[in-house]
Design a protein around this ligand. Structure first.
Ligand code: FAD
Length: 485
């Protein structure tokens, strides 16, 4: 590729200030939230409109240059890791709320809009945007869509995919396509469903239509301290088994609590082996009745202290410890891996116990902080890169934890995506034929494999990519069920 020529063309089309090639400026974009992987892009483009995104993608297509979308760069799986010979298309200048429509419970957003800004804009009308990743103060809606992001309140309200009703995207050939809109459930194949969670491999979202929800009449939050994660896990099972679906149930173990205390002095009960934060929301009378049930289940499961948030300030303090937990482990360990796996909720005690054994076998500490209600684990694997061999042991343990999740009927990612980091783990969950079938869908959107190549899939086999096991036609082609184009 002639980078210089492509950069000049882009400067002519989207403006000089919106195209970066200076190495010092490019360095800002060399990684996302998973900083162990770093790649300097050849060009960074900062389009200001959907049409400018289209212009950049079209130019990439014509020059056969790969491109990668980037929102706020908080992803934890290396999804926005640039391509060394490619263009990184950053959506941070696309931050307008195009249409706030509380009457239809919808908002139409540019992809760079920050998650929390949607709720801030909707709040005066009594509405909010439900999916709330812990990074919500900074992550973008485009990134949320690409990762199908979750958050503490997704237990009751569902993940991003349940809140997106429409996407406008620029396909790899530069065509602008609309999937869905303000109305729910259009006929035909659920291509919108396929796009949500596609991690930038099916094109770039340039507009996103989301559902707005009525703010609940009442919100009540408690913090319960237990002697062990087993006891806290038993409380979670009892609460949900009783038919109560809290807005959120989050668990932190002793090591995660220690880190949070060191970082933000959240003042959780002393001596806890685990804490649960349980939040209920809805009509006041329902919340009142269910809150008593939750308290009773926590006590029966062995909670030795229960604190009930008296006001918004105290609720915020409960959440402060939880929401700062990832960064907080930096206080107790020089290096760490944020792992993300999911298991059926009932497997929690077994998996946590086995994880403890694996950690001991590897001589590595693991702090646990997770969305306990939906079994989404975030083990934080602590190590010191300065100690020879520790990084390798931590990496091995991290992989063993994913195997454990799969063994218990779970998955290699609950919400952070596959990206670059977990592509190698995909064959542990899927057969070659499964992966090839996914590639067929990808090729329908991006036959030349230019949109975020090298992510999700371990070894691309179709679209004229590196040949692998299926050197001839794909089995689905042979059966006349699919074609490669
Ligand atoms: C402290 C911390 C806490 C976190 N907590 C959570 C959590 O609770 N739940 C959760 O799910 N995640 C969490 N995350 C992970 C991360 O914030 C989410 O994955 C988020 O959705 C990423 O958004 P972003 O704008 O930063 O995307 P980026 O990191 O910029 O990109 C992520 C992926 O989206 C693609 N992409 C970005 N924009 C577009 C677009 N317009 N069109 C197509 N593809 C696009 C990129 O190519 C990449 O593959 C956390 C991260 C941090 C650092």
């Amino acid at each position: 590729m002639d980078v210089h020529r492509l950069a000049e063309r882009l400067r002519g089309e989207i403006g000089h200030a919106n195209v970066l090639t200076d190495r010092a400026q490019l360095r800002t974009y060399e990684c996302d939230g998973l900083a162990v992987y770093k790649v300097m892009p050849a060009i960074v483009a900062l389009p200001e409109t959907a049409e400018q995104v289209q212009v950049v993608v079209r130019a990439c297509g014509e020059a056969r240059v790969p491109f990668v979308a980037r929102g706020s760069g908080t992803g934890l799986s290396g999804g926005a890791l640039p391509h060394a010979d490619g263009v990184l298309i950053v959506t941070s200048k696309l931050r307008s709320i195009l249409d706030l429509d509380p009457d239809n419970e919808r908002a139409v957003l540019e992809p760079g809009v920050v998650n929390l800004d949607v709720t801030r804009a909707a709040a005066p009308y009594g509405y909010y945007y439900a999916p709330d990743p812990s990074s919500q103060q900074i992550c973008s809606i485009g990134g949320n869509v690409a990762e199908n992001s979750g958050g503490a309140h997704c237990l009751k309200y569902g993940f991003t995919t349940n809140h997106v009703t429409g996407v406008q995207l620029v396909c790899a050939d530069g065509e602008i396509v609309e999937l869905g809109g303000k109305a729910p459930d259009p006929p035909g194949y659920d291509l919108l469903g396929a796009f949500v969670g596609s991690e930038g491999t099916l094109g770039i979202a340039t507009e996103v239509t989301v559902r707005l929800m009525r703010a609940p009449e009442s919100v009540r939050t408690l913090l319960a301290a237990f002697g062990s994660t087993d006891d806290a896990g038993a409380a979670v099972s009892a609460i949900i088994g009783a038919g109560v679906i809290p807005a959120a149930i989050e668990m932190m173990d002793a090591l995660a609590i220690e880190a949070a205390e060191a970082a933000v002095q959240c003042n959780y009960p002393k001596g806890a082996g685990a804490v649960l934060i349980v939040e209920l929301d809805g009509p006041a009378s329902e919340v009142e009745a269910q809150f008593e049930q939750v308290e009773a289940h926590c006590r029966t499961a062995g909670a030795f202290e229960i604190r009930i948030a008296a006001d918004d300030a105290e609720r915020a303090l409960f959440w402060k410890g939880r929401k700062s937990a990832f960064a907080a482990v930096g206080r107790i360990s020089p290096d760490y891996i944020v792992q993300d796996g999911v298991i059926p909720r009932t497997a929690l005690p077994t998996v946590l116990r086995r994880m403890g054994e694996l950690a001991a076998e590897h001589g590595i500490r693991v702090a646990n902080v997770f969305h306990a209600g939906d079994g989404n684990l975030h083990p934080l694997v602590l190590f010191d890169d300065a100690v020879e061999g520790e990084a390798e042991k931590a990496e091995e343990l991290s992989g063993a934890i994913l195997d454990l999740c799969i063994e218990h009927g779970g998955s290699i990612t609950g919400e952070h995506g596959v990206g670059m980091d977990k592509a190698k783990h995909m064959p542990r969950m899927y057969t070659d034929d499964d992966l090839d079938t996914m590639q067929l869908l990808r090729c329908a959107f991006d036959p030349d494999h230019l949109s975020n190549p090298g992510k999700i899939f371990p070894t691309p086999r179709l679209c004229g990519e590196v040949p692998g096991r299926h050197r001839g036609a794909h089995p689905l082609q042979v059966q006349g069920l699919a074609e490669v184009f």
